[in-house]
Design a protein around this ligand. Structure first.
Ligand SMILES: NC(=O)c1ccc[n+]([C@@H]2O[C@H](COP(=O)([O-])OP(=O)(O)OC[C@H]3O[C@@H](n4cnc5c(N)ncnc54)[C@H](OP(=O)(O)O)[C@@H]3O)[C@@H](O)[C@H]2O)c1
Ligand SMILES: [Zn+2]
Length: 376
C-alpha cells in the first residue's frame, strides 16, 4: 500500500534538545530559516505534529506567506495544508490555536482516545485506528482517504523517533542552532531504541544565517515483509539502472542493487553491462562481491524485474544465484511477463526457499519503461 513521502523537519540545539523547559517555546531557528520552513509547508499536502507539541507550544502551523498561499490556490490545492495530529489519550484542548486557524484538521487516535476526543468537540475529523495507534495504518489512511502525497512532520521528538525507528521517514531536514540548552529534562530530538535508518545519506548542507540545514535520507532496507522508506529509494535506483542497459530485442533491460542491512550499497548492476552481451542485472551485481562476504546474509537485493527462474544463456537463473549467495530478502516490482519464457516465477522459487520477497507494484511502470519495445 503506498504511503505519502514523509519529510521530518526539526531544529535542534548543539546539545541535541528541541526546546528548553521554560513556558515559552525556545526559538532555535533564524528568521530566514523560519521563512524556509514556510516554503516547505507550502509545498506539502499535510503537516503533522504530536499532541505533545500542541500542548507545549500551541502552534498554528500555517503557510504565512500570502504569495505562497495564492500559488497553492492557483495550482488547484487548498490554501493551507491539511493539519494532522496524533494522540493516544485523546486529551486535546479544544481551544488550542491548531483547531481554529488554517484549513482542514484530522486527529489520529486510539479507540479509547477517540471517545475522549469526540466528547471534547474538537473542530476536526477524529479517526480512531484501533486499540493502539499503528503508523503504517495512519500513513495508508492519509494516502488513500485524504489524498496526501507529501507529508511534513514537525515533531516533537516522540514522533520523529518512532518514524525513524520504524523505517518510515523518507527524508530528515535538520537545522542545527548555535546554542546550548543544558537542561537534562528538556525534550530531546531523538530517544533511545532500535533505529531502522542505517547510516543516513547526506543530501545537502546549507548555511542559513547562523544556522545550518542538513538534509538526510535514511538508507536501511526494511525488515521482513514490511517495506521501509529506503526500500523505495533503492528500488527507484534499480529502475534508473535499468534505463542504462544497451537496448536488446531478445532480453529485458533490468537494474539491480545489493544493499547491506546497515544501508551500505554493496554492488549494483544492469543487463548487458560491460562487455557481456547476456549478463543479467542481479548476476552482474552479485559477481562484483566476494561470495563469502558476511554481509550477504543480511542483505536485500533490489531488482526492477522479478529475478529470472529459467535461463538458456547461463547454467543458473538469477533466483538461484541469489539463493546460493545466501541473500534472504528481495524487493522487486514488475512480474516477468511471458515474452521470452512462459510461467516464469522467480518470486515463487525464492519464496519457496524461505526468501522474503517484497513486491512494490507502484514501480512497475518505471521498470517497464526501457522495455516498451518488447511489450507490444
Ligand atoms: N525544535 C523543533 O523543531 C520542535 C518541533 C516540534 C516540537 N518541539 C518541542 O517538542 C516538545 C514536544 O515533544 P514531545 O515528544 O513531548 O511530543 P510530541 O512528539 O509532539 O507528541 C507526543 C504525543 O503524541 C502522541 N503519540 C505519539 N506517538 C504515539 C503513538 N504511537 N500512539 C499514540 N499516541 C502517540 C501522544 O499523545 P497523548 O499524550 O495525547 O497520548 C504523545 O504524548 C515541545 O517542547 C516542543 O516545543 C520542538
Ligand atoms: Zn536473471
Amino acid at each position: 500500500m503506498p504511503y505519502p513521502y514523509v519529510l521530518l523537519s526539526a531544529a535542534v540545539s548543539l546539545d541535541g534538545y528541541l526546546d528548553d523547559t521554560g513556558p515559552e517555546r525556545l526559538l532555535l531557528s533564524s528568521p530566514a530559516d523560519f521563512d524556509r520552513v514556510d516554503e516547505v509547508r507550502a509545498s506539502v499536502d499535510a503537516i503533522l505534529v504530536g499532541a505533545g507539541t500542541i500542548r507545549a507550544d500551541n502552534p498554528r502551523l500555517l503557510v504565512n506567506s500570502p504569495e505562497r498561499r495564492a500559488a497553492r490556490v492557483a495550482a488547484g490545492q487548498p490554501e493551507y495544508p491539511l493539519k494532522v495530529t496524533v494522540s493516544g489519550s485523546g486529551d486535546l484542548d479544544p481551544t488550542a490555536k491548531f483547531w481554529h486557524t488554517g484549513g482542514d484538521k484530522v486527529v489520529y487516535t486510539t479507540d479509547k482516545g477517540g471517545e475522549r476526543a469526540r466528547a471534547a468537540g474538537l473542530a476536526a475529523d477524529v479517526v480512531p485506528l484501533g486499540p493502539d495507534l499503528d503508523w503504517r495504518r495512519l500513513l495508508e489512511h492519509l494516502h488513500e482517504v485524504r489524498g496526501v502525497r507529501r507529508l511534513m512532520v514537525e515533531g516533537g521528538g516522540t514522533i520523529h523517533t518512532q518514524l525513524l525507528q520504524q523505517g518510515l521517514a523518507d527524508e530528515l531536514q535538520l537545522v542545527l542552532a548555535p546554542l546550548f540548552v543544558g537542561t537534562p529534562d528538556a525534550p530531546r530530538l531523538f530517544g533511545p531504541g532500535d533505529y531502522q535508518a542505517g547510516r543516513l545519506r547526506l543530501l545537502e548542507t546549507r548555511r542559513i544565517e547562523d544556522v545550518v540545514l542538513m538534509r538526510y535520507e535514511p538508507t536501511a532496507p526494511g525488515a521482513g515483509s514490511l517495506p521501509s522508506a529506503a526500500d523505495h529509494h533503492w528500488l527507484s535506483l534499480a529502475c534508473d539502472l535499468a534505463a542504462l542497459c544497451p537496448p536488446s530485442r531478445t532480453a529485458f533491460s533490468v537494474g539491480a542493487v545489493i544493499v547491506a542491512a546497515d544501508g551500505t550499497e554493496l554492488a549494483r548492476g544492469h543487463s548487458r553491462e560491460g562487455d557481456d552481451p547476456v549478463v543479467h542485472a542481479e548476476e552482474a551485481a552479485l559477481a562484483k562481491l566476494d561470495p563469502n562476504d558476511p554481509r550477504l546474509s543480511g542483505a536485500t537485493v533490489y531488482s526492477s524485474l522479478e529475478p529470472c527462474a529459467h535461463r538458456a544463456s547461463r547454467p543458473k537463473p538469477c533466483a538461484r544465484l541469489i539463493l546460493d549467495a545466501g541473500v534472504r530478502r528481495v524487493v522487486t516490482s514488475w512480474r516477468e511477463p511471458d515474452t521470452f519464457v512462459t510461467a516464469a516465477d522467480g518470486n515463487g522459487l525464492l519464496t519457496a526457499e524461505g526468501v522474503e520477497v517484497v513486491v512494490l507494484p507502484e514501480y512497475e511502470e518505471r521498470a517497464k519503461a526501457p522495455n516498451r519495445h518488447l511489450l507490444g
